[in-house]
Design a protein around this ligand. Sequence first.
Ligand code: SAM
Length: 252
Amino acid sequence: MPSYDIVGDIAVVKFDKEKKSEKIKFARELLQRPNVKVVVEKADRIKGRLRTAEMNHIAGEKRKDTLYKENGCSFRLNVQTCYFSSRLSEERKKIAEKINKNDRVLVMFAGVAPFSIIIAKFSGCKEVVSVEISKACSKYALENVRINKLDNVRVIQGDVKKKLAGLGTFTKIVMARPNLKETFLKYALDASGKGTIIYYYGFAHVDDKDKMVEKLKKEAYELGRKIRINEVVRAGDIAPYKFRWRVEIKVV
Ligand SMILES: C[S@@+](CC[C@H](N)C(=O)[O-])C[C@H]1O[C@@H](n2cnc3c(N)ncnc32)[C@H](O)[C@@H]1O
């Protein structure tokens, strides 16, 4: 059976080698569910800096934008132009639980702002700065801040390499990184002071987990910064034996 995710009222299906008629039959079955109004096919892999994939309409209403609800918050997004994973909902909640009222939080690679908004809403923290390079995602991020009625989230559209200067330091930094080679750790360290906690997301085969952590330690050392690794936990599956890891880094 094809695998699928439901985002709002859109079913995003990953077919294997099904014929067109089989795809339509499967899509029509999904449309029987009261919560599904659109079925799209994820036609290729998530790729590039923006982490988007081609989505082809298969059945139902002809649109790719939706309203998705999670952790008591609402998010508008377009499944074609914005990276979004409903599978990260538990992870977002776990991170929000680690933030307290006095924190000043930076969310790098913020997308349509799910981490930023859930953190801001549940912690009631002073400020969340949400940085995302995609114009499409940032437009939705602004709308999402408004529909969730928050006044403690600031959305910045642009490259984390250029947009962090002048923002000062943060007590907590969430690096919801794209699965790319570059670690971007330097930019998080530039926005860190003594005691800052960085939640770094890395992608590695279970056998390469230690190598991934050693690379972070080496990078920090070469930048003249001292870090301590508090914990490394699994935060999602990517492929057989390959996981998304959350590395909790303390800047000391
Ligand atoms: C894995 S997605 C995470 C999205 C979001 N945090 C979420 O949970 O839905 C990574 C995001 O990083 C953005 N991105 C990639 N390179 C960036 C950069 N240099 N500066 C800012 N954002 C970037 C992409 O556009 C994408 O939306």
